[in-house]
Design a protein around this ligand. Sequence first.
Ligand code: DC
Length: 224
Amino acid sequence: MIVAIDGPAGAGKSTVARAVAERLGAGYLDTGAMYRAVAYLAVRDGVGVGDGDALAALARRHPPVMQPLPGGVAVVVDGQDISRQIRSADITAAVSEVAAHPGVRDVVTALQRAVLADGSWVLDGRDVGTTVWPGAELKVFLTASVTERARRRCAELAAEGTPESIADVEAAIAERDRRDSTRAASPLRAATDAVHLDTTDLSIAEVVDTIAAWAVAARSGART
Ligand code: DC
């Protein structure tokens, strides 16, 4: 079965999707990591983030591969593990613009569909229930208030030893939301048949339990 989780930056999608995948015995596909890999290639090779044709050609020439490891999944390009590099602040700042190009999205979407063609998967992103896999048995749209998403991100940054002010983080998240949801190609939006879940006042465990229960119900053919 395929469980598609969409939502804005910082709603907790990747933590939740990973845990739900483990619970269901399914694979986890982080679609944002593949756009981050293309942004990494752009920076590495000096390709402008505004040049959609060059970026699409770059992604075709160096397709990001999601390589399963015992403790998770590595993002690999040209045989190099770039899982850590794609989380840097400059890649995070560049990735929305890179992901807005229709040519880039076509290449990355095709790679994602090839992964999903076999087996059971939980995937998360911005367009996974609307574009990547519209036939998913369960689609979830995960949200949280901007303030709560900024608070969570600040806690992560502080834990990583790189604290930032909540105001700066909140402004950056709001800007990324705006770019992701107003782009012409496959913008961030909920599928019409997605179940909405606001996580502002929920713990991760509560969100995981809820989605896993919905997935089990969907797998057995019941309505959510
Ligand atoms: O989930 P993330 O922050 O790692 O995603 C990085 C960027 O990739 C985000 O700004 C939007 C884009 N993205 C997208 O356009 N479509 C997806 N399915 C996943 C991510």
